[in-house]
Design a protein around this ligand. Structure first.
Ligand SMILES: [Zn+2]
Length: 340
């Protein structure tokens, strides 16, 4: 009942918005045909213009900069809004003009203006990841449909961007602290399920698909963890990985869940084994160092992890989920054509 009401409300809202934006029916040159969806030609020109692409990139940079704040502060239990950015070395506040994503980093060559301490290149990498994600998703959900004569899916662009940014945040926090923060994955799992319930067309996942995938993803890893804890008395998987799959399932449905688990495991091995053979650690800290007081942690076990070394799974799950987010449709087409 409520779902129907909400759907009717959003449809009429979208209709009102659509007629406000729409001008005369757009004639497709050469074909004499009319576009299936009436979109204001001025809006099309703006959305397809170079400034919009650049804007989408800069929008991503800004949120990438915020992701840096979340990655640093959330695992340390600090507020993400207050106080403003400070230099880690001299603790002096960073002024707004020194805090412009990408540009300030390049102008100051990654150093604090006041004390000259250098900032990690990771800040730049996370900002750039934000920018690239936003630009790619904008191209996919806004520019491409417009070129094909359809309506721009602005909501899809923004929602997928939030999902992608959350995956970037999860990756770096897990690499540093071996945790996946509830504050990031649980609210987003809720957002994914709400979208599937009320506006399933935006993410292209039905409520049944999303709820099933979220439930299966969570139970699968939580179950494995429980069995291992009972059987060997140690924690082979974190509950955080299970909650991460809850979020991935809610956004991507069963196809995305299947890809994320299998590609995440395969790529995890392909990346972790060479790194370990070269004597390099995958994470940026040792698990014992960070969570040594956890009684369920247990001893290092030669049968657990990769070659007896614990490796965080979250970054590999996140990488696979990003792959599915961007390549989902070609991947589905590939599976269908292989099965034919
Ligand atoms: Zn400083």
């Amino acid at each position: 009942m409520t779902g129907g009401l909400f759907a009717a409300l959003t449809t009429s809202l979208a209709g009102a918005l659509g007629s406000a934006l729409a001008g005369a029916p757009t004639i497709v040159p050469g074909t004499g045909g009319v576009l299936p969806v009436e979109v204001n030609p001025t809006l099309v020109r703006v959305l397809l213009g170079p400034w919009s692409g650049l804007g989408a990139f800069f929008w991503g940079l800004l949120w990438g900069s915020f992701a840096n704040v979340v990655i640093w502060r959330v695992p340390r239990g600090q507020s993400v809004v207050h106080p403003g950015s400070r230099c880690g070395a001299c603790v002096r506040p960073i002024r707004w003009y020194d805090n412009i994503p990408l540009i300030s980093y390049l102008l100051l060559r990654g150093r604090c203006r006041a004390c000259g301490a250098s900032f990690s290149t990771r800040y730049l990498i996370v900002e750039l990841l934000g920018g690239l994600l936003s630009f790619t998703l904008y191209t996919q959900h806004v520019a491409t449909p417009l070129v094909a004569g359809g309506a721009p899916a602005l909501a899809a662009w923004l929602l997928w961007f939030v999902f992608g940014l959350a995956l970037v945040i999860v990756t770096f926090i897990d690499l540093d602290f071996w945790i996946i923060p509830d504050a990031v994955v649980l609210p987003l799992a809720g957002v994914g399920l709400l979208c599937a319930a009320f506006v399933p067309d935006v993410l292209g996942v039905t409520l049944i698909d999303a709820a099933l995938a979220a439930g299966v993803g969570f139970s699968l890893l939580a179950g494995l963890r429980w069995v291992y804890l009972r059987w060997r008395g140690l924690e082979a998987l974190g509950l955080g990985d299970a909650k991460l799959l809850l979020m991935v399932g809610a956004f991507c449905g069963n196809a995305g869940l299947l890809w994320t688990i299998s590609a995440g495991a395969v790529q995890g091995l392909l990346i972790a084994v060479p790194m370990l053979l070269l004597g390099r650690s995958v994470a940026n800290s040792s698990l014992e160092e960070v969570h040594g007081d956890d009684p369920e942690l247990g001893e290092e076990d030669p049968d657990a992890g990769v070659m007896g070394v614990r490796v965080p799974f979250g970054p590999f799950l996140a990488l696979a989920a990003i792959e599915f987010m961007i390549l989902g449709e070609p991947l589905r087409d590939l599976v269908v054509s292989l099965l034919r």
